[in-house]
Write a protein that binds this ligand. Structure first.
Ligand code: HPA
Ligand code: MG
Length: 225
């Protein structure tokens, strides 16, 4: 069993994937042949990601419906989750009497080399976020690992004085001593292992994989820089 289950303020900490869960065998799914041998198992199949995202879109609609929001997509790892989440909010906006007018803005963060978080966080495309002043901001992140990136990003965004900031994270890792604020909307809480796929990379590889998978040791060796 997992040691800790994360809890967000007033919300769900997401679907909990335990440390001792072995994942699904790759043989049960299709995935690109060029990654044969590079992966250990499937942690979250693509269809499950989509179903969970649909529910997060509804939660966001329930909380923020009828407010204008600026979606701040954190590249590169957040692009697929952000695109699918925005799509699902759009569908809800067409089929219910509530709607969320959305603008989408992109910023790029980089802090990982191989499977390690580095101290130097680069924020690109975030130089002037003054248009966020007084706005409702939804930050969309693919994964929260150590929490350091999110902490630095929140500090950066807060300086532009938005009216409200909410964070949606598809994955949150159970990392010891993570003191960062948790996202308000969490897809899955996962073990502290390096995962790839669904836009999450290892040195820029594996973004072209639909499922979220654990990378194998030989995969790490093959794409190491
Ligand atoms: N995979 C890809 N990118 C990441 C991860 C991970 O497990 N943790 C933090 N950034
Ligand atoms: Mg990365």
């Amino acid at each position: 069993m997992a040691d800790t289950v994360l809890q967000t303020e007033g919300g769900s900490g997401g679907i909990v994937i335990d440390d001792d869960w072995p994942g699904y065998s790759l043989e049960l799914f299709s995935y690109p042949a060029h990654y044969a041998g590079d992966l250990e198992c499937v942690v979250v199949p693509h269809g499950v990601i989509m179903d969970r995202t649909e529910r997060l879109a509804r939660d966001i609609m329930d909380d923020l419906g009828d407010h204008d929001i600026v979606v701040l997509c954190v590249l590169k790892g957040g692009y697929q989750f952000c695109a699918d989440l925005v799509d699902k909010i759009k569908v809800l906006s067409c089929s219910s009497d509530r709607t969320i007018p959305m603008r989408v803005h992109f910023i790029r963060l980089k802090s990982y080399l191989n499977d390690q978080s580095t101290e130097d966080l680069h924020i690109l495309g975030a130089e002037d976020l003054s248009f966020l002043q007084g706005k409702n901001v939804l930050i969309v992140e693919g994964i929260i690992g150590t929490g350091k990136t999110l902490k630095a990003l929140l500090k950066h965004v807060e300086a532009f004085k938005p009216k409200m900031i909410k964070v949606a994270g598809l994955l949150v890792k159970r990392v010891p001593h993570n003191t960062a604020q948790l996202p308000h909307y969490i897809g899955f809480e996962i073990p502290n292992r390096f995962v790839v796929g669904y836009a999450l990379d290892y040195n820029e590889y594996f973004r072209d994989l639909n499922h979220i998978c654990v990378i194998s040791e030989s995969g790490k060796m093959k794409y190491k820089i």
